[in-house]
Design a protein around this ligand. Structure first.
Ligand code: FAD
Length: 493
C-alpha cells in the first residue's frame, strides 16, 4: 500500500483523505491542533458551543454529492434544517428585510420593494442557475493545470452567458435599481474576497445558491459536518495524528521522501498539503524547491480576514434571526478599507450569527449564543486595544439597532482575529478566507495544485482551486485526490 501524508484536517484535507483512502492508499492526516476542522473548529465554554468559522451552510447538493461518493448521505451524519426566513438584513433602525425561503415568496418581496422587479428576479435566477450548473458541476472540478481544460465546446458556447468578463456590480444594476435590493444581491460576493466591481458576474451563481437552493443548518452546528467527515475517514481506514505540526519536508532533488513531524521523520510516498499554501511553500520547503517566490505571494490578492467576537448572553436577544447582516453603514467605504487601502475600517458593516435561535443545544436554556463578525483587511496590526474599540462600537450599534441592553448580559466573551489565524492555522497575513476569486486569480491562474519541482507533492484548500468557502474546499480535496490518483496510476503502468 502506498502511503499518503496529509498536512492539515480542514474540509479540504478531510475530503482528500476520504477519496485517497477509498482508492486504497494508506492515509495519515497530521494536524497541528488538538482537533480536526481547521478554520471550522468549535469550542465550548460556560455551557455555550461556538462554531469558530463557517456558519452559512449553502449549496447542500455539494455536501450530498461528497457523501454519496462513499455510498452515504448527509443524513447518516447530521440533520439538516432549511432556515425560513433565510436571513435578515438591517439597513437602519426599524428598516430591515427578512429574506424568505423559496422563490415565490422572494418574488413577492421584490415586487413590494421595487414594482416590476419580480420578473427580473426570475430571469436573474435562471441565468444564475445556468452558471451554477456549469460552474459547480463542471468548472470547479477542473484541476487548473492548463488553459486547455477550458476549451471545451460546452464552455465556449456558454461563455457569453457565463458573464466572465463583466463585473457582478454592473450585471446586478442592469436588472435592479432599488439600493437595498442591490445590497442584498451583492452581499454573497463578500464570501469570495473581492469588491463586486472586481468580481466576475459568473458569481451570480452565488445568488442562485442563496435564493433558490437556500440557507440550511446542520442541527448541532457546522462542526457536525466535520465530525461526519472524520467518522467517514476513519471508517475508510484514515489515521489521524493531532498535536502534530509538520515543520519541514525531507526532499531529494526531485521529490519528497517524507515529513518532519514533531521532530521525527515520517516517510511518505505522496504528500497532500492542505495547510495554507503560502505556509507550506515558504516555510516547509527550502527556496530551491518552491514553485513561487516571496514577491509572487506579495502580489496575490487575499480574501479578507475577520475580527470575531464569540459571546454568551444570559437572556434572549430580540431583533435577531439565526443570520442577521447589519448594513447600516456605507459598504463602499468599508470595501475600500478592506481591498484598496487596507486599514482598520472607519465604520464597518458586520454580521451576527445567533444559532441558538434554531438550536437549543448551543446555549444554556434562556440564553443566546452570538457570533459577531467584522470583515477586515488581512495583514493589519491586531492589538487588544483595537479589538476593544471595535467591540464597543459594534455592541453599541447592535444595542441601538435592536433596541435593548446586551452588554450587561454578557456572561462569556472571546475575540479572534489576525494573530489567532496565524498562530492556529499558519495563515498568510492572518487571512480568514484564503485567496480572493478575482478574474486574474481564477482556475489555472491560481497557485497550482502541483509543484513542478517536487513530483509527489500536491496542494489543496482555499488558496488553490477552486477557491474559498466550505463547498469549494470539499471539491478541492476531491480534485487533488483525483490528480494524485492519476499520477500514481501513470507511474505504475
Ligand atoms: C470566520 C470564518 C467564517 C467563514 N464562514 C464561512 C461560511 O459561512 N460558509 C462557507 O462556506 N465558508 C466560510 N468560511 C470559509 C471556510 O471555512 C474555509 O474556506 C474552509 O474551512 C477552508 O478549509 P481548508 O481545508 O482549505 O483550510 P483550513 O480549515 O485552514 O485547514 C488547514 C489545516 O491545516 C492545519 N495546519 C496548518 N499548518 C500546519 C502544519 N504545519 N502542520 C500540520 N497542520 C497544519 C491547520 O491547523 C488547519 O487545521 C469561513 C471562514 C472563516 C475563517
Amino acid at each position: 500500500m502506498n502511503h499518503v501524508s496529509i498536512i492539515g484536517s480542514g474540509f479540504s484535507g478531510l475530503s482528500a483523505a476520504c477519496f485517497l483512502a477509498r482508492e486504497g492508499f494508506d492515509v495519515t492526516v497530521f494536524e497541528k491542533n488538538a482537533m480536526a476542522g481547521g478554520r471550522a473548529r468549535r469550542f465550548s465554554a460556560e455551557g455555550f458551543t461556538f462554531d469558530m468559522g463557517p456558519s452559512w451552510y449553502w449549496m447542500p447538493d455539494v455536501f450530498e454529492k461528497f457523501f454519496s461518493a462513499f455510498g452515504k448521505k448527509t443524513s447518516d451524519y447530521y440533520t439538516l434544517q432549511r432556515l425560513d426566513p433565510s436571513y435578515r438584513i438591517v439597513f437602519k433602525k426599524n428598516d430591515s428585510f427578512d429574506i424568505p425561503a423559496g422563490v415565490e415568496a422572494l418574488c413577492k418581496m421584490f415586487e413590494a420593494i421595487e414594482p416590476g422587479s419580480s420578473k427580473h428576479l426570475l430571469l436573474f435566477l435562471e441565468e444564475g442557475k445556468f452558471k451554477y450548473d456549469i460552474g459547480m458541476h463542471d468548472l470547479v472540478y477542473k484541476p487548473g493545470l492548463s488553459v486547455m481544460e477550458f476549451l471545451d465546446t460546452r464552455l465556449l458556447t456558454g461563455a457569453l452567458k457565463l458573464n466572465v468578463f463583466q463585473s457582478i456590480s454592473t450585471y446586478i444594476r442592469k436588472y435592479f435599481k432599488e439600493p437595498r435590493l442591490i445590497q442584498l444581491l451583492e452581499f454573497p460576493v463578500l464570501f469570495l474576497g473581492a469588491k463586486p466591481e472586481d468580481t466576475p458576474a459568473l458569481y451570480s451563481l452565488m445568488n442562485y445558491a442563496d435564493m433558490s437552493l437556500g440557507t440550511w443548518y446542520p442541527k448541532g452546528g457546522i462542526y457536525k459536518v466535520i465530525e461526519g467527515m472524520v467518522s467517514l475517514a476513519k471508517a475508510l481506514g484514515v489515521t489521524f495524528e493531532f498535536n502534530s505540526e509538520v515543520s519541514s519536508l525531507e526532499l531529494n532533488s526531485v521529490a519528497a521522501k517524507g515529513l518532519i513531524v514533531n521532530g521525527t521523520f515520517r516517510p511518505s510516498d505522496y504528500i497532500v498539503a492542505s495547510a495554507d499554501y503560502h505556509h507550506v511553500e515558504q516555510q516547509l520547503l527550502p527556496e530551491s524547491h518552491r514553485r513561487y517566490s516571496a514577491s509572487y505571494w506579495q502580489k496575490r490578492r487575499l480574501a479578507p480576514s475577520s475580527l470575531i467576537f464569540y459571546l454568551g448572553i444570559n437572556k434572549k436577544v430580540d431583533g435577531l434571526l439565526h443570520h442577521t447582516l447589519f448594513f447600516d453603514q456605507d459598504f463602499s467605504q468599508h470595501a475600500r478599507e478592506i481591498y484598496d487601502d487596507p486599514k482598520w475600517p472607519s465604520s464597518p458593516q458586520f454580521y451576527v450569527s445567533c444559532p441558538s435561535k434554531s438550536d437549543s443545544g448551543v446555549a444554556p436554556e434562556g440564553c443566546e449564543n452570538l457570533f459577531i463578525l467584522i470583515p477586515v483587511a488581512p495583514g493589519l496590526v491586531d492589538s487588544d486595544a483595537i479589538r476593544e474599540k471595535y467591540f464597543n462600537d459594534v455592541l453599541q450599534r447592535l444595542e441601538h439597532l435592536t433596541g435593548q441592553n446586551i452588554r450587561d448580559h454578557i456572561v462569556f466573551r472571546r475575540s479572534y482575529a489576525h494573530r489567532d489565524f496565524i498562530r492556529d492555522y499558519n495563515a498568510f497575513n492572518g487571512n480568514a478566507y484564503g485567496l480572493a476569486n478575482t478574474l486574474s486569480q481564477t482556475a489555472f491562474l491560481k497557485p497550482s495544485i502541483v509543484n513542478k519541482k517536487v513530483s509527489n507533492l500536491f496542494y489543496t484548500g482555499q488558496l488553490t482551486v477552486p477557491g474559498p468557502g466550505v463547498p469549494p474546499a470539499l471539491i478541492s480535496g476531491e480534485v487533488v485526490a483525483q490528480a494524485l490518483i492519476k499520477k500514481h496510476r501513470e507511474s505504475v503502468t
